[in-house]
Design a protein around this ligand. Structure first.
Ligand code: SF4
Ligand code: SF4
Length: 118
């Protein structure tokens, strides 16, 4: 079981990032979130998400998913790479394992159902 992201639905509201950081730190500390939204500066309404899992970094773009094994060389031409580096230092997604009553926080709080449990 894991998180599935549909970047075509994402509106870049950052709610998932906020609640993930809350799950991590009992406060809103974006740098501790293992899910992060990003937007491409040069493209209007182009949003994507990055998700740090135990061994992989998932980059969900409107045109599709990219799964990068952590430790392998990233493609320097890809847009999300500049912000990917700090992501690698963060804890991987644990599906909010200590929040049984609420379920995965990002799934529960995404207002457009762009994140689902797979
Ligand atoms: S399931 Fe929990 S730990 Fe994983 S990305 Fe979502 S909020 Fe973060
Ligand atoms: S909560 Fe949903 S819409 Fe908002 S940034 Fe995350 S994935 Fe996108």
């Amino acid at each position: 079981m894991g998180i599935k992201i549909n970047a075509l639905k994402c509106t870049n509201c950052m709610a998932c990032e906020m609640v993930c950081s809350y799950h991590r730190d009992d406060g809103f500390a974006f740098l501790s979130a293992c899910i992060v939204s990003y937007r491409a500066k040069e493209k209007k309404d182009y949003f994507g998400m990055m998700l740090k899992e135990e061994d992989v970094l998932v980059v969900a773009r409107p045109e599709g998913l990219e799964i990068n094994k952590i430790g392998e060389e990233a493609d320097p031409d890809k847009e999300a790479d500049a912000s990917a580096k700090p992501m690698l230092l963060r804890e991987g997604c644990d599906l909010c394992e200590d929040m049984d009553d609420y379920g995965p926080m990002c799934v529960a709080f995404c207002p457009v159902d762009a994140i689902t449990l797979d």
